[in-house]
Design a protein around this ligand. Structure first.
Ligand code: KG4
Ligand code: ZN
Length: 344
């Protein structure tokens, strides 16, 4: 089954062709980073207008570079939930028009479910159930993946996402946008123990996150102390990595012990999936790999191109949902704040 995936939830206009939910035939991403860089973050109105300009070319390129033609497409999957409303609307409108013109099924996908499928697409052997940490510019969530397309949210951020905190501190330090890759790179030249930044709500049993206090601590430190930028970057990154890894391990231990949750007893978990833009971070990968080896757990990261926003992950999720018989009508709407549970 050949699925065209379309993703426009934030600042990447993306389209991909994926066969049988497994084989990526094309994966086209038109990045808007240069347009937003001078503002130090994504400007929603600029993002939406740029999607309108790019979407037709991106879809055409995805079909042609796969060596296919439009009539060969069997179905369309589009990100319809979670993101900037003006951006989501562009992808949803394009998907509906194409599905109508080609007379093929359409399915709406939750953006976070797309990130979960980025890792399933990268590692089809990954066991389910597993605990998934989705960590990017827009979200930081711990999810118990009970089965394909069945989720329970264990923790969410109470304020900033980890990627947002990285981007904001990079902007504050004048390092450009997006901040994550620069901080990743600069940290290799700095001392991660130079500053002992706070690890917010680390000791609590809760599986939620909070990064705004950490951000303030970094800013205050730079105001009152002499500092070397790579040391600030490395120490800040270490605090974020420590919180992300420790909370994920806590989530796994809770499921291993078969803790009763809102929706019943969880099954034993032996694998962790780390997805989203921040999953590209080298220190995060190293610390997760070391901790998982100690604990006898497996950890999976998507291939580089599937970490950040892309449409191949949306096509893969669409394949699973279509196999469950889910099809959207032409009244499919863009829902910017839909909870992940609404994808069930
Ligand atoms: O998944 P994504 O493309 O967009 C959202 O859904 O938000 O993630 C973008 C985020 C940005 O905050 C960016 O700074 C971060 O991922 N990022 C990284 C790295 N590469 C991208 N953060 C840390 N280390 C990296 N190597
Ligand atoms: Zn994303």
């Amino acid at each position: 089954m050949l699925i065209l995936g379309i993703e426009t939830s934030c600042d990447e206009t993306a389209a991909a062709l994926v066969a049988d939910g497994k084989v990526i035939l094309s994966n086209v991403i038109a990045s808007q980073i240069d347009l937003h860089a001078k503002f130090g973050g994504v400007v929603p109105e600029i993002a939406a207008r740029q999607h309108v300009e790019a979407i037709g070319y991106v879809i055409k390129e995805a079909i042609e570079s796969a060596g296919k033609t439009a009539p060969e497409i069997d179905a369309i999957a589009v990100t319809s939930k979670r993101g900037l409303v003006g951006s989501l609307i562009v992808g949803v409108a394009a998907a509906k028009s194409l599905a109508y013109a080609l007379r093929i099924p359409l399915v709406g996908i939750h953006h976070i479910e797309g990130h979960i499928f980025a890792n399933i697409l990268s590692h089809p052997e990954m066991p389910i159930p597993h605990v998934c940490l989705t960590v990017s510019g827009g979200h930081t969530m711990l999810i118990y993946v009970k089965d394909l397309c069945k989720y329970e949210v264990l923790g969410d951020t109470l304020d900033d996402s980890a990627g947002e905190a990285l981007d904001k501190i990079a902007k504050f330090l004048g390092l450009g946008y997006p901040g994550g890759p620069v901080i990743d790179m600069l940290s290799t030249q700095g001392n991660k123990s130079a500053f002992n930044f706070p690890r917010p709500i680390l000791r609590s049993k809760r599986l939620d996150f909070s990064f705004s206090g950490l951000k303030t601590a970094v800013i205050n430190t730079t105001r009152h102390t002499d500092y070397h930028v790579p040391d600030i970057a490395a120490s800040f990154q270490e605090a974020i990595v420590d919180v992300l890894v420790s909370k994920t391990m806590k989530a796994v231990l809770q499921s291993v012990s078969g803790a009763k949750s809102g929706s019943g007893t969880k099954k034993k978990v032996s694998a962790i999936s780390v997805t989203g833009g921040v999953a590209a971070n080298r220190r995060l990968r190293k610390v997760f790999s070391d901790r998982c080896q100690q604990e006898g757990l497996e950890v999976f990261f998507p291939q580089a191109l599937l970490c950040t926003d892309n449409a191949a992950m949306i096509a893969a999720a669409g394949y699973a949902r279509l196999r469950y018989g889910e099809v959207a009508g032409l009244d499919l709407d863009a829902i910017p704040n839909a909870p992940l549970e609404s994808a069930i």
